[in-house]
Design a protein. Structure first.
Lengths: 353, 353
């Protein structure tokens, strides 16, 4: 019943992503909006479940959680769980619980990331730790993380718990790895890819894979769903890293240049460094050795990045991962939902332009 | 096999608690040491599992985790899981995984607490966040928390995951609650009890209850185990809060007076306030309104606490919870292990003197 209703088309957009306004394509609604429309009944149930399960008699918890979750965001990860469940023909209610669990894990990592990053903007608003302090952000993150496991338990699927607990430890590993190599301009590109796969793609992969688990699909279907999510997540993070050098503040919902300021070595910086003259290399090294970096230095960094087409090359790599994500969907039924998911893969890349 | 070996007596003490040296009773080894001896084979396996499961290719993770876990601590919570499993006649290996999971949850909360408390001593050493920074402490805590769920998944018991995920969200709730009432001298004693039950007793209760689950005991046995752990946890935390006013630095492994300095309203302060003259009440209110409190003020606080026997009353309450914990064990087989667990309940209180 749910799977079927999720497939009905409606013009109404249930959830407008107000955190990161999406570029409107000339041809009509973008794939995120089309997926929101296709899945609007399920998305409404997920939003209700998110709201219900973040409640607690301790008022700070729903207050702080609402600040983050209410700030919008695209709900991309729960949407992936809902869309893939529907595509696989899942019938039941567990996809709602799992989509909520996936969003809670993502929210917990964002609350903890705010402390790590020290950024002053998240989804266009001050991050929760600026308003409630680091302590409350850490603890509410823990609360959401614990609740996500309770939601999974309700589905009765141990494999789901296995997949999402592993994903959670891999995410933490990726974040610690990223922290450990801050300022390391010589970071091998393989290490960069390992980091973004762990910190971002792993949850995308799990969000899609659990749909195959609850639908009792074959091992091959499960792997294809994992591959779809993983490649989409890689494309997504590569574009995110490119946008940090080329995007606009209102598109990103965060300050452009945060990675540079934090000394975080992402692919655009890495490519510009390796392609740079020895004078440029010296400059990058000095930049990253320093305790902080200013706006004038960001402008120069951007000019080097442009000179070596480092954003363009990052987006090309994103495109090839998006193509792999699309290909992973080939084995599944060719319907409107699959078309939307394929378009989503392209959209994740084109949102950069 | 394991349960049986866990019951064999040996003089060797496998793990000396070096973090919080325990008061040696004149009559011989204290109950923690006797339990360590009785359970030494299982405890050695738990220590190996802790060591193995905190590994990661990202070196910061085992380094930081070892700093905390290697600092010792009494391993009281995993010991409860091992002891109750043995008492219930459990045969299998799952108690090892669960004891490790319980210790990982506890370790994760300690790493996150360090950020909340801002204390400069944990188990007699500088806390991990002083050495690796808040970010790494948050993320390694997340890693251990995620790993604890993977360990539970390996047991194949969904009810265990249910119990420990609920316990984890209740712990976080308790910590946020505590944070929200910092400096509130009028905190009702019921609220204080709710906080310590959530932040401490819940995990003790879960550590004992899961033993009944994996041994497939009756609902009544499960409840009795929960009650045992819960009451023991309450006694333990009440004594901890008393020791913060009456203990010695080397006994506590942390600075005496931390609660006072942080403006944390615990039972000794609460009792002294409510029993105090109006001049004393004014003093307490001013103390808690201020941003910080110094050593001279701690001395005066201690004199008021002594005047109203607030530590003594706190310990009396701890004693009554310890008695409830002992009573909860009445329904189980009367053997050496039960005797040790009963003695542990007394010891948790007497360690204060």
């Amino acid at each position: 019943m749910l799977g079927a209703s999720g497939l009905s088309i409606t013009a109404e957009i249930v959830e407008k992503p107000d955190g990161k306004p999406l570029v409107q394509h000339p041809g009509g609604p973008n794939p995120v909006e089309r997926l929101s429309a296709l899945l609007h009944v399920d998305m409404a149930r997920v939003n209700e479940t998110i709201e219900a399960r973040m409640q607690s008699p301790i008022g700070t918890i729903p207050d702080l959680a609402s600040h983050l979750v209410g700030a919008g965001g695209k709900r991309l990860r729960p949407m992936i769980t809902l869309a893939t469940s529907s595509l696989l023909g899942y019938r039941g209610d567990h996809h709602i619980l799992l989509a909520t669990a996936v969003e809670f894990i993502h929210s917990a990592t964002l609350l903890h990331d705010d402390i790590v990053d020290g950024s002053d903007l998240r989804r266009g608003k001050p991050p929760a730790n600026r308003l409630w302090g680091n302590s409350a952000s850490v603890l509410v993150g823990d609360f959401l993380f614990a609740r996500s496991f309770s939601l999974m338990v309700e589905t009765g699927h141990l494999r789901v718990l296995d997949i999402l607990s592993r994903a959670s430890s891999i995410i933490a590993e990726g974040e610690v790895h990223q922290l450990a190599v801050i300022g390391d301009i010589d970071l091998p590109i393989d290490d960069y890819m390992t980091i973004i796969e762990a910190k971002t793609a792993e949850l995308f992969a799990a969000a899609a894979r659990v749909s195959a688990v609850i639908t009792k699909c074959s091992e091959a279907d499960e792997k294809a769903m994992d591959q779809f999510g993983r490649s989409l997540g890689l494309a997504f993070q590569l574009v995110d890293d490119a946008l940090d050098y080329s995007g606009q503040k209102q598109e990103l919902g965060k300050r452009v240049g945060d990675d540079f300021r934090e000394g975080k070595v992402t692919l655009p910086m890495s490519l510009a460094y390796h392609a740079g003259s020895s004078a440029e290399k010296d400059w990058w090294e000095q930049m990253l050795d320093a305790d902080s970096r200013n706006a004038a230095q960001l402008t120069l960094a951007n000019s080097y990045i442009e000179r070596h087409d480092a954003v363009g090359k990052t987006l090309s790599l994103a495109k090839s991962h998006a193509a792999q994500a699309k290909a992973a969907l080939d084995r599944f039924e060719d319907n409107e939902l699959r078309t939307c998911l394929r378009d989503l893969c392209d959209f994740v890349v084109t949102r950069a332009y």
